[in-house]
Design a protein around this ligand. Sequence first.
Ligand code: PEP
Ligand code: MN
Length: 365
Amino acid sequence: MLLVLQNHSTEEERVQALDYVQNVVGQLRLQALSVEGRHLIVAETKHIGRDIYELLAAYPLIDHVLPIYTPYKLVSHLYKTERLSVVVGDDRYCQAVTIGGAQSTPVVIAGPCAVESREQLLTIALAVKEAGGTILRGGAFKPRTSPYQFQGLGLEGLSLLAEMRELTGLPVVTEVMEPAMVEVVGQYTDMLQIGARNMQNYPLLQACGQQRLPVLLKRGLSATIDEWLLAAEYIAAAGNINIVLCERGIRSYDPHTRNVLDLATVPLLREMTYLPVIVDPSHATGKSSLVHPMARASIAAGADGVMIEAHAHPELALCDSHQAITPHQLEKIVKDIHSIAILPDEEEGRIRDDHRIIYSSLTLR
Ligand code: PEP
Ligand code: MN
């Protein structure tokens, strides 16, 4: 449930209103949260009866009450309809990149699965830039299935990424695996990646919500869309709305592809949330030959960009070598997806309008 305060309410009145609401809903063991501007949000609409709505709506500082009938609130299209732009990087240190919003140029995040050495990273970072990639990726802390596999270079990997940002001007994104490391990793990167295996690591989601860098939230190995959006809600409820969702395929039964790329999520998420959505065709397919066609399909489905694993010598990659593509292949993908990228079209305007109608019909007064 969303409570909208009177226009021009002061900070003091906001605190007063939050106190009042907390008092009312506290009896139901629900929590009220103060979010941006004039908005207060209360968890779980369905536990609140008409009497409580009326009590809240009658409070003088509250202008109106909106139920939001989705389990996630702050990331819901019912909360906001305007698509969010997420800015990655700061022009003082690199070339900042905007993902989502009205942006029609798809973002291309590319780089190795793992940072392996200075030479490896330098070669591929320069090649990513040359190919037209806009953000450099690379794992310094790798969540590997086996404890005997290469686990990443850790802190050394982070400083190499920061060095490459300086050399190439590309902002960087890298994975963080535990809450205690969010601050340290944040000192070296422009965007924090939460990997599929950690999508439901709630303390990690909260820690990423309590800091200022944008977050790339990958879909869990077999996560439903509601679980994924609720994971995003954890980050948003902790104070950070700068979230980009990344579809990276889900588990299925056929071993020919590593995962099944669930491309229908792209247009579906555009109806459900205003957060940007990108696709990772590398982990979704696990096969370098499938990366290009699925990258094209992702952009055609309306994704705000792609994240692709690339390596100067894929056969030598210490991690995910079967899915890594060469710089030359990356260049072809970038050219191709730029020509496919579409501007927000009339259809999308219609979907937005439909939501506005639902939104206003939910208003109680
Ligand atoms: C990655 O992007 O390096 C990665 C480990 O991907 P995922 O979390 O999607 O498996
Ligand atoms: Mn990988």
